[in-house]
Design a protein around this ligand. Structure first.
Ligand code: PLP
Length: 230
């Protein structure tokens, strides 16, 4: 296991790499949010990053988040949690309660479930998550996300049929292909749908994503080290 000081130092190095990548393409580093992906890691690994002042984290699973984060949130109330893994419709209620941003909206059945839970949360005066639509730019069978050809219609349906405020797009390019064409493609879909947020780029490819307009990069292993399992 990586110890706290090492995680804090990896976190600083990651921030520096983001700043350098931003400067290299004439962007303001402040326009790129680092989502520190803490899935599979416990509070001992997350605390050094919180103590360094960071507040934005990504998790893949509703249950793991429910077990890990409420206690950390008591100490760091301004944490911003992003759901970056697939969401089952029957977990929509928990996801709306736990997450500040849900990045993986990709089915009408899920749009319907989220619409209902978001309405309930608003009625009860609770804050509601921002929503991003996941696009499967590589059209991989094993991956979530709407097909690129369906993206415009899906975004319109989320807005018009389900009253959801969609704020951006997210994608995970295929492992075995150069990522940049996928990032450029995602940026194009976002632009024509007037969506400001672009969540793209992970440990292996975030510099390329920043060049192509990422507003959120999701970085796990560069900060926390290699995961034993996902
Ligand atoms: C795990 C995960 C990440 C982080 O991946 P790293 O390569 O460790 O940076 C980013 N995005 C998603 C959707 C993930 O599941």
């Amino acid at each position: 296991m990586t110890d706290g000081a090492e995680i804090a130092s990896r976190f600083e190095q990651t921030r520096e790499r983001i700043a350098r990548a931003a400067h290299d393409c004439g962007r303001n580093p402040g326009s790129i949010a680092l989502v520190a992906v803490s899935k599979t890691f416990g509070a001992d690994a997350i605390l050094p990053v919180l103590e360094a002042g960071h507040r934005v984290f990504g998790e893949n699973y509703v249950q793991e988040t429910a077990a890990k984060w409420p206690a950390l949130r008591e100490r760091f109330s301004d944490v911003e949690l992003h759901l970056i893994g697939p969401l089952q419709s029957n977990k929509a209620r928990d996801a709306v309660a736990l997450f500040d941003v849900i990045e993986t909206l990709d089915r009408l059945s899920l749009a319907k479930a989220l619409s209902k839970e978001i309405a309930r949360a608003k009625n009860e005066g609770r804050r509601v998550p921002k929503l991003l639509v996941q696009v499967n730019t590589g059209e991989e069978a094993q991956k979530g996300g709407v097909a690129p050809a369906d993206a415009d219609a899906f975004i319109a349906a989320c807005r018009d049929e389900w009253g959801l405020a969609i704020e951006g797009l997210m994608s995970i390019p295929p492992l075995d292909e150069p990522p940049s064409p996928h990032f450029a493609f995602l940026a194009e879909i976002a632009k024509r749908n007037h969506l400001p947020l672009l969540s793209m780029g992970m440990t292996a490819d975030f510099e390329a994503a920043i060049q192509l307009g990422a507003t959120h990069v999701r970085i796990g292993s560069a900060i926390f080290g290699t995961r034993r399992s996902d």
